[in-house]
Design a protein around this ligand. Structure first.
Ligand SMILES: C[S@@+](CC[C@H](N)C(=O)[O-])C[C@H]1O[C@@H](n2cnc3c(N)ncnc32)[C@H](O)[C@@H]1O
Length: 229
């Protein structure tokens, strides 16, 4: 999806986003926030922060920055920060997660919730978030990944031509993400309804291949070609 298609789609969504995706995605957001701040005083960046639904959940001693391509989504996030007096939120800016203005190693944790299958170039976004996260820091991704069930897979494929309208790629797989990220995967959790979404917890440690990203415990779960290791 192009940047223009993304901003158009999320301009349409902005007014109804919280009603459509607030509750449905809430469990994944809660778990991502918990994992993103294992110790107090962390600097956290949320890429694709959207309307800021997760922002009230951070502990007050955390410092949180948010970026998003869509000014319309961010307007809602800024209103939430003002309304709920969220003083731990340091800044919300229009910025592209594929090319940010932050210095190397600025954040302890970078969180990307329901964003990986929206951005135009996920591999570029992973390179960028790995650069601005400190080495060994935490990168937390929550997303739906292409199903391995034939019926769901067929449905997801049928939606693919509509990506620009629905605002995400329904067929982005976990193995696509491991190829794109090339980071050490620490854990994967099922989240939201029927575990249909996943939370992937990476350490910001580069690996040379998708297969090398996998802890042995996860190797059997994902369709990753071990020969690439
Ligand atoms: C499905 S919404 C997720 C919003 C929020 N994270 C949540 O938990 O509901 C995806 C968001 O990613 C943003 N986005 C898409 N591509 C982006 C990019 N390259 N850089 C920053 N934000 C992006 C969209 O504008 C949109 O607000």
């Amino acid at each position: 999806m192009s940047t223009l298609a993304i901003t158009k789609a999320y301009r349409r969504y902005a007014g109804v986003y919280d009603r459509l995706f607030g509750t449905v995605f809430a469990q994944g957001r809660r778990m991502a926030v918990q994992l993103s701040t294992p110790t107090a005083g962390r600097k956290v960046l949320e890429v694709g922060v959207g309307t800021g639904l997760s922002l009230p959940a951070y502990a007050p001693e955390t410092e949180v920055w948010g970026i998003d391509l869509s000014e319309h989504m961010l307007e809602r996030a800024r209103a939430r920060v003002a309304r709920d007096n969220l003083t731990h939120v340091k800044d919300l800016q229009v910025m592209d997660a594929e090319a940010t203005e932050f210095a190397d190693g600025t954040f302890d944790t970078v969180v990307a919730m329901y964003v990986v299958s929206v951005v135009a170039n996920p591999a570029k976004m992973f390179r960028e978030i790995s650069r601005i996260c400190r080495p060994g820091g935490d990168i937390i991704v929550v997303n739906h990944f292409a199903s391995t069930h034939w019926l769901l897979q067929a449905m997801e494929r049928s939606l693919a031509p509509l990506s620009s309208v629905i605002g995400f790629h329904p067929h982005y797989s976990m193995s696509n993400m491991l190829d794109d990220s090339r980071l050490q995967l620490q854990a994967v959790h099922d989240v939201n309804w029927f575990g249909y979404w996943k939370l992937a917890h990476f350490h910001n440690t580069p690996v040379h291949s998708a297969a090398a990203a996998l802890e042995p415990a996860y190797a059997s779960q994902f369709d990753v070609d071990a020969k690439r290791a």
